[in-house]
Design a protein around this ligand. Structure first.
Ligand code: F6R
Length: 363
């Protein structure tokens, strides 16, 4: 049931405010993060390294999660693509907490990576959306993303739920490691509690984004750039675009542009710029100028207080002024909508893009 929306993807995009609320509520007890009895049994004193393994969009959620863990809990985390993991001689032992992120809980590469990690002695934690899925049954501990069924092949709400859950996990670890104070923890909790309203606001840009989609629908190529956490979200935006619009797109760290990719920028080349991080905003403005000097067409996503971006980009989409770490949770909304409306304008089968399956149960 599409509940009046033309596609499941648009319906699922609009479910994100509620999904974040539900996801948070599921793991709160007496205003504190509580992941349940099984989780509390993990002996964190014996864990000295964390690895996150996943595929596609879930891998991108893992990249966000690693960033949160580093910032909030001071933990260095390796994030690996599941299909590579088994063949990479991974450093896994009894002191490893191995986290597997999977919407379906059936992705075979992710499952095989989990089995190997178990054999090597790791504690395995699954983050999945499907109760009773294979990955949830095989893992030592499971946390559910509570996003509800996701029908569209392109993942949207499951991703947001995964990122929100990783944020909670990082806060939990931050308190445990005494890397964040109770005051900071309360402040972060307040921010996340208000998050669903902010997502609603981010989705209000949809008419404008629809107009932009009409302009870019005939592009053959596009680039997505960002720095720091914005580079990770650029990857997700690029994947969404390519999988449902078939426009070839590539995400790169903005600083890497001049090491090769800038050779491809010619008049009209689409470049989506994600620029939300305060300490890197001037560098991003320079990047936009470099692209403009070669005739590129720049759509920038930035925070409402960065007028310097508005001055140099062709088109600017604003998100609310939120703390830098959480900006990706809002930035992904316009990126999803841009891919969605571009596919609609191209007349493509948005919910079932060619050659793709909702869950990949072959290696
Ligand atoms: C992209 C997308 C895929 C999945 C990937 C992993 O929109 O949906 O990249 O994220 O196939 O699937 P799960 O999360 O089910 O393991």
């Amino acid at each position: 049931n599409k509940k009046g929306y033309p596609h499941f993807m648009l319906k699922e995009i609009h479910e994100q405010p509620e999904v974040v609320n539900k996801g948070i509520a599921r793991y709160m007890k007496d205003s504190q993060i509580y992941f349940g009895e099984e989780f509390e049994k993990i002996d964190f004193s014996k864990i000295d390294n964390i690895v996150i393994v996943a595929c596609g969009t879930a891998y991108h959620a893992g990249l966000q999660g690693a960033y949160f863990l580093k910032k909030l809990a001071g933990i260095k985390v390796d994030v690996e693509v599941a299909s590579e993991f088994r063949y990479s001689d991974p450093f896994i032992n009894e002191k490893t907490l191995a986290i597997f992120i999977s919407q379906s809980g059936e992705t075979l590469d992710t499952l095989m990576a989990m089995k190997l990690s178990k054999e090597l002695g790791a504690t395995t934690l699954a983050i999945t959306n499907v109760l009773g899925s294979t990955i949830s049954r095989e893992a030592d501990i499971v946390l559910y993303t509570m996003a509800g069924p996701e029908i569209s092949v392109a993942s949207t709400k499951a991703y947001t739920a995964q990122v929100a859950l990783m944020y909670m996990f990082a806060m939990y670890m931050g308190i445990k490691n005494k890397k964040i104070s109770i005051e900071e923890y309360n402040e972060y909790m307040r921010t996340i509690a208000e998050f669903s309203d902010r997502i609603e606001v981010a989705l209000e840009n949809k008419e404008k984004i629809h107009e932009l989609a009409k302009k870019i629908k005939d592009c053959r190529n596009g680039f997505y750039i960002g720095r720091g956490i914005d580079e990770k979200i650029a990857r997700e935006g690029s994947l969404k675009m390519k999988e449902i619009t078939y426009i070839h797109s590539e995400a790169i760290a903005a600083g890497e542009l001049k090491h090769g990719t800038i050779a491809l920028i010619e008049p009209g080349t689409l470049v989506v710029v994600v620029a939300t991080q305060k300490d890197m905003i001037e560098k991003m403005v320079s990047n936009i100028k470099e692209i403009k000097a070669r005739g590129g067409y720049v759509i920038a996503i930035t925070k409402e207080n960065y007028s310097q971006v508005l001055e140099v980009a062709d088109e600017t989409i604003f998100i609310e002024d939120i703390n830098d770490m959480l900006a990706p949770l809002l930035t992904v909304m316009p990126l999803q909508l841009l891919a969605y409306y571009t596919a609609v304008e191209k007349g493509l089968d948005v919910d079932k893009p060619r050659n793709l399956a909702k869950s990949v149960t072959v290696e």
